[in-house]
Design a binder for this molecule. Structure first.
Ligand code: PG9
Length: 628
């Protein structure tokens, strides 16, 4: 075959034209205040992990702060068009005021299989053992990385800290297993600890359907080249029309994705989930490395993990010398940003800055630098409502046994504190899966997309829910004294349903006064302070679901996320109970089926829920706070 004439012309013309781009462009970094190195660090199995290293030009005997991430190390270290480390570290998971100003060597690594790293990505790669027969996991990858860093960075003092938010908080936890001797400190912020009990994937068995888009974007391709799509703007419609999360995932081709197949295979809290729960894993090992757990009180994604791990460690290693905790009025990762507001509520100061300057910075400096800097208190907790920072030796016991406040539901839709009203009777509502309760004001826009309410949904106004007939709302009288509560509220709800399965969402809410002169839009605002869901089939066992006997009273007992809140005089305390929270969670068909992921359309049926108010209450620890 001869070359066609037009191709010969093309080649002839191009022979004269030199390309604009060099084979490799070299940035002139003379005026940069840091050196950037892009290296491939070899792991013990031969896979090489892409690692970005930013070294201040002034660095000498400098400590190293490492983050291991599936979110693109290059992007995270390339924020600004500038030659200063402070500017380029403006990206996700970086705190220029701590890292650049602190003179740290910054290291950000792509976990295996993501972006520039070799190897295979597994969403939550199980640790070596029954679920992972290879010789590598996140803990070995961290070890191998630190080993390389301390031998290849002559500007360092060979002391390494690992730090990160969410997934990168989870990798900061995995570093604690058989830690490298140069690992001197770990700061897991908003870490994913147990994906079934209460972090990203399920909460008490209810599936977080809104996370399908995350799984698709993160797990279909190494470099996020396949992006979740929907041809309905409002996820409420999209998810409703798709019937079940399993059906929607299959429609998007997600059965090709290993993690999606795992979800379908493990809807209950079986050993697959239990063995991966980092609170179980870490509580059984000595915590050798000083660790500062960071928790956000309004974390829309991982509001379970840090606290569950804190209590697990406290239970098994009572006088653990290496454990610290900080919690503040933040959403997911809010502590690393400007945090002068909580949703629409103005706070008196930048609580993120306070955390970084008063808690994080001294903690890091104490262990990573040679300076004699005093450590922060064991527990630093922001008290929302009265807006104070508190320090203490420990959190209150996980389940309240002394100094408890009881919030009783009553048949007159009152909330009676400590038996202050008659509680006998019942209230009912009709829960219809064809009209589930939206978790935010519609349209519900995919997380990450413009105008999405996702980041702040936990602090959105609950009035829209309160005015629905399928939300039972119980309200206290206007408070004349402050009511300060802390710890994890325990829900004790006794109810019947005419169905054979069902969800129970319980929300503890601070109702603002009718008029708030200094911020009028807060008049009557209903702010959730602690809320969660229980999938009814798991009321007796998370591992072995059971149908609910129709119209027979059942106890639904579960813990809500931690709170540290003062309800001020003039405010009211409210509890809302509802049976859907959509499409944050997939709909419960309310007819028992073996897996809700594959529930057929005909299983979705309305059910009447009746709450026995005499046997329904929340118990919370009364905080030891001086009355202002
Ligand atoms: N919440 C996200 C996540 C953590 C761990 C596993 C999967 C997702 C995150 O923000 O990283």
């Amino acid at each position: 075959l001869s070359t066609p004439a037009f191709a010969q012309d093309h080649a002839a013309q191009n022979a004269d034209i030199a390309p604009d781009m060099p084979a490799k462009f070299t940035v002139n970094t003379d005026k940069f205040d840091f050196i950037r190195r892009d290296v491939m660090i070899p792991m013990r199995d031969g896979a090489k992990l892409h690692t970005v290293i930013l070294i201040p030009k002034s660095a000498h005997n400098a400590p190293i702060l490492l983050t291991r991430t599936p979110y693109n190390a290059t992007l995270m270290t390339s924020k600004a068009e500038s030659g200063t480390m402070r500017s380029v570290l403006q990206g996700y998971d970086n705190m220029p005021d701590v890292i650049a100003d602190g003179g740290y060597i910054r290291v950000v690594q792509d976990v295996r299989g993501k972006y520039g790293s070799e190897g295979q990505y597994v969403m939550n790669r199980p640790l070596r053992g029954a679920l992972n027969h290879t010789k590598v996991d996140h803990s070995t990858d961290t070890w191998d990385t630190i080993e390389w860093l301390v031998h290849n960075l002559p500007q360092s003092n060979e002391k390494v800290g690992i730090i990160g938010v969410s997934y990168d908080g989870y990798t900061s936890l995995t570093a604690l297993i058989n830690p490298h001797p140069a690992l001197k400190v770990s700061v897991p912020m908003n870490p994913m600890v147990d994906g079934w009990m209460g972090d990203d994937w399920f909460h008490n068995g209810a599936f977080r359907e809104e996370m399908l888009s995350y799984i698709y974007n993160q797990d279909a391709t190494a470099k996020k080249t396949a992006i979740w799509w929907g041809n309905q703007y409002d996820n409420y419609d999209l998810f409703l029309n798709s019937i079940s999360a399993g059906a929607l995932g299959k429609e998007r081709g997600m059965e090709q994705i290993g993690f999606f197949r795992q979800l379908l295979a493990h809807p209950a809290y079986d050993s697959w989930w239990q063995q991966q729960a980092m609170d179980h894993v870490l509580a059984d090992l000595p915590l050798k490395v000083p660790t500062l757990l960071v928790h956000s009180l309004w974390d829309q994604e991982d509001n379970y993990g840090a606290i569950a791990l804190y209590y697990a460690l406290k239970q098994k290693q009572a006088d653990q010398p290496n454990l610290w905790l900080a919690m503040g009025p933040w959403n997911h990762g809010g502590e690393i940003k400007e945090a002068s507001t909580l949703g629409p509520i103005k706070l008196p100061s930048d609580t993120g800055l306070y955390f970084r300057k008063k808690i994080l910075e001294p903690f890091l400096a104490h262990y990573l630098k040679d300076d004699a800097v005093a450590l922060p208190q064991r527990v630093s907790a922001y008290r929302s409502g009265s807006d104070d920072w508190e320090t203490r030796e420990a959190l209150p016991a996980r389940d309240c046994t002394t100094d408890c406040t009881t919030l009783h539901l009553t048949a007159k839709y009152q909330l009676a504190m400590n038996g202050s009203a008659e509680t006998s009777g019942s209230v009912s509502y009709l829960s219809d899966p064809a009209h589930p309760v939206p978790y935010v004001q519609r349209p519900v826009i995919t997380r990450g997309a413009a105008n999405s309410a996702w980041d702040n949904w936990l602090s959105t106004d609950q009035r829209n829910a309160a005015s629905r007939p399928d939300v039972a709302t119980f309200t206290s009288p206007v408070l004349t004294q402050p009511v300060s509560l802390d710890g994890q509220p325990l829900v004790h709800l006794t109810a019947t349903t005419s169905g054979t399965d069902g969800d129970f969402v319980v929300k503890l809410i601070d109702v603002y006064p009718d008029e708030v002169p200094e911020q009028r839009e807060l008049g009557g605002y209903q702010l959730m302070v602690s809320s969660d869901i229980l999938r009814g089939r798991y009321r007796k066992s998370f591992e072995h679901p059971e149908a609910i006997p129709a119209n027979q009273a059942q106890l639904y007992q579960f813990r809500l996320p931690i709170m540290n809140h003062t309800f001020l005089p003039g405010h009211r305390i409210m509890v809302q109970v509802q049976s859907s929270w959509f499409p944050l969670y997939d709909r419960n068909p309310q007819t028992y089926v073996s897996s809700i992921f594959t529930a057929p359309p005909e299983a979705y049926k309305p059910a009447t829920i009746t709450i026995d108010t005499a046997k329904s209450w929340l118990t919370v620890h009364t905080a030891d706070v001086a009355t202002p």
